[in-house]
Design a protein around this ligand. Structure first.
Ligand code: SF4
Length: 263
């Protein structure tokens, strides 16, 4: 309870706190669910009388216990890092491992509890962003890439901007014009991509130190989980006309993310 209260106070945006809590809460619940499954298996096996069964059970329990301890340490470190806004370098991989490993369980559990998938993924993005921001606090990156989805482009625009974003004629019909101006102003590289495959290709070619990725929840989560070792700040796009067409992005958030990475 004390942790939650302090977390509330240390956070700048109350809305984001709720979103983070959803994911963290589901991670904790997933961990307890896994523990319950393991204990049930233990109970089940103890009903057998064969020596081999018992030996197998002991080995299984030892492995499960080690896994549980590692997950618990990783999860506690994650919560502490989010709460205190401090990085925990020795446990960084463990924290990442916990979120990756328990994410599918949390997703399944959330769906089962009636929490919308989009909400859980949004919460995951908030948690991941907070971790990245905590970890990069003392670093400044030079090569920053803005990865934007092509659904930001006005659907009737005749210009092909996924190969060369400079093909944009800056007519002002969509946010691409503003993103180009922002990229020029901040000295970052803007790429417009059609999906994960092209995004990975762009990252491989440009080799950025850090990425500001704009996409829907689903694409952001898979992209963030795909790329290891590269700081990614994810920004969820707005979809006033539904998914994949004439989407928008809050430029303040993009600017803020670039600022976090550059200073
Ligand atoms: S701003 Fe650029 S990308 Fe958007 S509609 Fe105009 S020319 Fe096309």
């Amino acid at each position: 309870m004390a942790i939650i209260l302090r977390w509330d106070m240390s956070s700048r945006k109350a809305g984001q706190v709720v979103k983070k809590r959803v994911f963290i809460g589901l991670l904790l619940a997933s961990l307890f669910l896994l523990t319950a499954v393991v204990f049930f298996a233990w109970w089940f096996f103890t009903q057998q009388t064969l020596y081999l069964n018992r030996l197998f059970l002991v080995i299984l329990m030892a492995l499960a216990f080690i896994l549980f301890v590692l997950l618990a340490i990783g999860l506690l470190a994650l919560i502490w890092s989010l709460w205190s806004l401090k990085e925990v370098p020795p446990l960084e991989n463990m924290m990442r491992g916990v979120t990756k490993l328990l994410f599918p369980v949390a997703l399944w559990l959330g769906k089962w509890l009636g929490v919308a998938e989009e909400k859980i993924k949004n919460s995951y993005i908030q948690v991941s962003n907070q971790l990245v921001k905590t970890q990069i606090k003392t670093k400044a990156y030079q090569r920053i890439m803005i990865l934007a989805p092509h659904c930001l482009q006005w659907v009737q625009c005749p210009h092909k901007i996924t190969i060369r974003v400079e093909n944009c004629k800056r007519c002002g019909q969509c946010v691409i014009m503003d993103l180009l101006a922002l990229a020029e102003e901040t000295g970052t590289c803007l790429k417009v991509v059609t999906g994960g495959t092209l995004a990975r290709k762009m990252i491989k070619e440009y080799r950025p130190d850090a990425v500001v990725a704009i996409a829907c929840e689903r694409d952001l989560v898979s992209g963030m989980q795909d790329v290891d070792g590269l700081p990614i700040i994810g920004i969820v796009n707005e979809r006033p006309e539904g998914p994949c067409a004439n989407t928008k992005v809050d430029l303040r958030k993009v600017r803020e993310a670039i600022g976090e990475l550059q200073t």
